[in-house]
Every structure is written in C-alpha cells, then in structure tokens.
Design a protein around this ligand. Structure first.
Ligand code: ARG
Length: 483
C-alpha cells in the first residue's frame, strides 16, 4: 500500500489479499454508482464522528481541523462535478475516505477509528431517508390543500356516489374529494411515525459488537439531530441490531406503497371521469397526450402512469422485505441491495405527488399571475348521471319508514316504484303524487322534498355525512390541521 492513499479496493482491505478481483466481481460487488447519492450525509456523519473523536481525545484537534478541511474540499469537488468516483473503491464510503487520505494523509487515516462501514452505511441511509420523509410529508400536505380547494368550490355539487360502480346515492363532489384528503392525511401520519423510528443513530456499533474506544454516541446523535421531542438523544441500543436493522426502510416503503395505492385509486377515478362515457371532468391538456393514429384522442397518461408506477413501488416493498428474510445477524452484504429500491421509491413517490398537486390545483402562470389548469368539473353531467340512477330510492324508503312502515316493507314498495318509473323512463321524482300513493297511501306531498337530489344530499346532515354543511365543517377542520 502506498504511504498516503489507497486507490484500489484490495488496498483498502489489507495485505491478506494476494489475488486481484476480476472485473466482473468488481462490478457485481460495487455500489458506488448508486450509493454516491449518499455523499452529503456520509460527510455530515463523518464530521460529527470526527468532532466527537477529538472531543474524547481519541484524535487530536489538529487531526480534526485537517479532516474538516479535507471533507470541505471533497464537498466542493463533488458539488462541482470534479470528484472522481472509482468503481475500484466499491462504494461511496471508501471513495470519500480514499480521497480524504490522498488529500490530508495521516489524519485522514484516523477518521475511521471506532467506526465500520456497517454502522456508517446504516447511519447514512437513516439520515438520507429522514430528509426525504420530510420532503414527502410536505408534498402530502400540499396535495391535501389542493384537494381541499376543489372540495370547497364543489361542496354543493351533486355527484353520483357509487357502490359496485353502480349509481348508489347522491353525494357532494366536495365530500368525495374529502375522502382522499382523509387517505393522504393518514399517509402523512404514517410518514411522521416512520420518521420517529428512522431517526436513531447506529454509529458506535462499529462492525457489530460496539467498540473499545470511549465514543460519546449521545453527542453524535444530538449533533446529527437524532433526538426525540424532548431533545433526548436517539441511539440504537444494541450494536448487532444497529448494523443490521432495515425495518425503517421497509416501513417507509410500506407507507409509500399505501400512499401510491391511494394515488392509484384516485387515478382510476380521474381516468373514468374524463372518459366520454362519464364526461365528469377535464384535466389540463399538459397532463394528457394525443395518439399517433387517432387524431381525436386525448389520453390521461399521467394518471395512468401513476396507477402503473404503484406496482413498481409495491414491488420495492416486496424486494426489501424479502431481502431481510433469512439474514442471520448481524451485517451481511445483502443489505447493499436496500438502496436501489429505496431510492426509486422516494423518487417515484415525490414525482408522483408533485405532478398530482399541479394537476389538481393548477399552477400560477408567472407571466399573468393567473391560476391555470387544475381540474375542470362538469357539474351538469355529474347531476344528470345521478338522476339516471334512481339514487334517491333509499330516501323514499326512509321516508316511508318515518311514516310508520317497517323498513323491509318500505324497501319492497320502493323496488316496485322504481320498476314502474323505469318502464316509463322517468325518475322517481317525476312520478305524480297519485302514482306514488298507489304504492303506499302514506305518501303525501312532502315526499318530493326527499325525492329530489338536493333533498337527499342536504338530508344527510350527520357527522361524516355528505350534506354540504358537514363538508364545510370538515374542510375547516382540515385547514386548521394543515396550516
Ligand atoms: N456498501 C455497503 C452497503 O451498502 C457498505 C457496508 C459494507 N460493509 C461490509 N462489511 N462489506 O451495505
């Protein structure tokens, strides 16, 4: 080994290795071309580690100053694209360490005291993921706000509520949007919960058994912001678990999968609603594409892709959870496979949320200052679709129950009324009072209050119900929570 640096991986190990690695094995075992993405947190953790080593007099103040300078140079080199990443040096950790030694010599060789790549990489991923979780949580908030906006403008819009994709009962379109706000608010809570368990410090576990140096792990944790709400350091309490635990990555990917499932359900609805057969909404042209053969087409590519990418994220969850199955304690190289699924999950979820926020809320045009795009709602089509489905049949049954009939009898009477209306091509509200009274003498003029779509909608004024007053109440609760 040359005096000041190592350039090849075998030189990073020891003199024990007498045979060079084949190119294929090098390529197979190296991770630098994807894990270099961790460089910033790797340096951040190294700085915290070195500062603590100096404080504990394990390295000198002079060493620390040199390490800081060296890492600052490396930061600059990476940021300006002048850092030479070497496949030979396997991963981000060895690349940065080798460069540090090349830059500052002996002090650089002291940085790895009391540390192993096993606790180093576990720390890096946690730091990196923590930051990404915060970004995702912020996007989830914005998405909820965008949906609230649509809900507010359409609290009174009558929409055909479906079960089995058959018209069931009238609901407020705002209420329908709020169902998604509930889903994304749970996603936000799940992210916060995963963040709590991600934010623990593995450093100090070293390879697997801890270290004999008097490290101050709590100090490093606090320096890296790994603390609970009361400011107490969050440090992994078992060295074997510290280096091998990837639960947080699995939990995150599970939360991300669920979030994508919600996006996928919304996508499916948007796709249906904008088809000619429904004609309920329009989304901005910039989220659709044409066809190379059919000139009339505008396809909902963005929601379709989001629905498709959900499979990809759920796949990453399967990868990660299967990765851990059967791993003996403590660290195994299998764990290097955690990065690509995790990185791709984060990228996919962030891009998807960003694009949905824009698609739903629209965007401020910097030139005109006007809001452009967003969802256009065709309220008349929603209402006429609701009218077609005998959506107030349950309301008629409930009306008869309130007049003293047992529900089962009322149900039967209304089924007959619907049958008659169907043969005459009429809605229930279009039958005459006389016709309705033929089914049940209890019917009086006030029946038309419940048979109208509006009457049905406003009648469901119960907590969690679809009456516009309830929708507005929920919107204000959500706004308070989100702002
Ligand atoms: N690149 C490795 C990973 O991602 C770093 C840890 C390697 N540790 C080891 N003992 N080989 O997991």
């Amino acid at each position: 080994m040359s005096h000041n640096q190592f350039d090849k991986k075998s030189e990073a190990w020891s003199a024990l290795f007498s045979e060079p690695m084949s190119d294929l094995v090098k390529r197979y075992t190296s991770s630098v071309f994807f894990d270099k993405r961790l460089w910033k947190v790797d340096i951040q953790a190294s700085l915290a580690h070195a500062t603590m080593l100096a404080q504990q007099a394990i390295i000198s103040q002079k060493d620390l100053i040199e390490i800081k300078e060296g890492l600052a140079t490396i930061t600059q080199e990476i940021e300006t694209g002048n850092f030479q990443w070497k496949l030979d040096l396997e991963d981000v950790h060895l690349n940065i360490e080798a460069r540090l030694i090349a830059l500052i010599g002996i002090a650089g060789k002291r940085l790895h005291t009391g540390r192993s790549r096993n606790d180093q990489v576990a720390t890096d991923i946690r730091l990196w993921l923590r930051e990404e979780i915060d970004l995702i949580a912020a996007l989830l908030k914005d998405l909820q706000l965008a949906l609230l906006e649509v809900a507010q403008t359409h609290a009174e819009v009558i929409f055909p509520g479906f079960t089995h994709l058959q018209v069931a009962q009238p609901v407020s379109f705002g209420h329908h949007m709020l169902a998604y706000v509930e889903m994304f608010s749970r996603d936000e809570q799940r992210m916060a919960d995963v963040r709590r368990r991600t934010n623990f410090l593995p450093l100090g576990a070293a390879a697997l058994a801890g270290t004999s140096y008097p490290l101050d792990r709590e100090h490093v944790a606090i320096a890296l912001g790994m603390a609970d709400e009361e400011g107490r350091a969050c440090v992994c309490q078992n060295s074997l678990d510290a280096v091998s635990d990837r639960d947080f990555a699995i939990e995150f990917t599970a939360a991300a999968s669920l979030c994508m499932v919600h996006i996928s359900r919304l996508s499916e609805e948007l796709i249906l609603w904008m088809s000619q057969s429904f004609g309920f909404i329009k989304i901005s042209d910039r989220f659709t594409t044409g066809s190379s053969i059919m000139p009339q087409k505008k396809n909902p590519d963005v929601p379709e892709l989001a629905r498709g990418k959900t499979g990809r994220v759920v796949g990453h969850l399967m990868s990660l959870i299967t990765l851990m199955k059967g791993q003996p304690l403590a660290y195994n190289k299998d764990n290097q496979e955690d990065k690509e699924p995790l990185f791709d999950t984060v990228d996919t979820v962030k891009d998807t949320l960003r694009i949905f926020i824009e698609m739903i809320a629209g965007q401020i045009n910097p030139d005109s200052g006007q809001k452009e795009g967003g969802i256009t709602v065709h309220t008349a089509n929603m209402e006429s679709a609701t009218l077609k489905g005998y959506a107030t049949a349950t309301d008629l049954a409930d009306y008869l129950v309130k007049k003293g009939l047992p529900f089962r009898d009322a149900h039967e009477i209304v089924a007959n009324a619907v049958k008659t209306a169907q043969t005459q091509g009429l809605d229930l509200s279009e039958l005459s009072l006389k016709q309705l009274q033929a089914f049940s003498p209890q019917v009086t003029q006030d029946v038309f209050d419940v048979l109208s779509l509006k009457g049905s909608l406003y009648g469901r004024n119960i907590l969690g119900g679809t009456a516009p007053a309830q929708v507005r109440l929920q919107i204000s609760h959500h706004r308070k929570r989100l702002t």
